[in-house]
Design a protein. Structure first.
Length: 211
């Protein structure tokens, strides 16, 4: 079950790299959040059942419901549906994703953990999510897409925490989730005001503003 969830996470990352539709991307990130919320339950972490349930419930609630709702609201306010001209094209993005996946498995195989991980795939998938999230942040123009990249990056941190920090997972991840919640909330407000003032949400055009 753990490997099945991780494979689906990899597929969602590739979907995000290859699609221009923002609404579809938000739904896929929500699905990824739900999958990762189920990961602690499938992994049978060395913690009390209540701690694992709290981590799973908090992740599913925030990543699968609250964050997508905030982003869909920002999307409606910005009146944008897709990103037609990113910095890096979608076909090239997928090719870079394949190379990043290969690099992630190489890094995961080289990294030696003191305690056994729940799956041999968990570290490569964590590294791949980190790379995919960072790539979305730097390779896309729309602010919404960059927020999604930020969430995918955090999902990589979350996945790494499940595999490598099982004893402290609950405290670490609840702290991260709180930070991400505040970040997404602030970014949603920023997207709304950017759209209202400048009639677009392309961050590269903001860099050309003068005094």
């Amino acid at each position: 079950m753990v490997d099945f969830i991780l494979i689906l996470v990899v597929l969602t990352n590739f979907w995000l790299l290859g699609t221009s539709r923002l609404g579809s991307s938000i739904r896929v990130v929500a699905l990824q959040g739900v999958l990762l919320g189920l990961l602690p339950l499938a992994a049978h972490l060395h913690a009390t059942p209540m701690r694992v349930m709290a981590l799973a419930a908090g992740s599913i609630l925030l990543k699968g419901m609250v964050f997508p709702r905030l982003l869909f609201r920002a999307l409606r306010e910005a009146d944008v549906t897709r990103e037609a001209e990113p910095f890096v094209g979608y076909v090239l993005s997928l090719l870079i994703g394949v190379m990043a996946l290969g690099l992630s498995f190489w890094m995961g195989g080289r990294l030696r953990m003191e305690s056994p991980v729940v799956s041999a795939m968990i570290l490569p998938v964590a590294f791949f999510s980190l790379m995919a999230g960072f790539f979305l942040i730097v390779a896309r123009k729309k602010a919404v897409h960059q927020v999604l990249g930020f969430l995918v990056f955090e999902n990589g941190v979350y996945t790494f925490g499940i595999g490598a920090m099982q004893e402290a997972t609950l405290l670490v991840e609840l702290g991260i989730l709180l930070d991400v919640f505040v970040g997404v909330f602030v970014m949603g407000i920023a997207i709304f005001h950017i759209s209202r003032e400048f009639d677009h949400t392309e961050t590269d055009r903001l860099s050309s503003l003068k005094d």
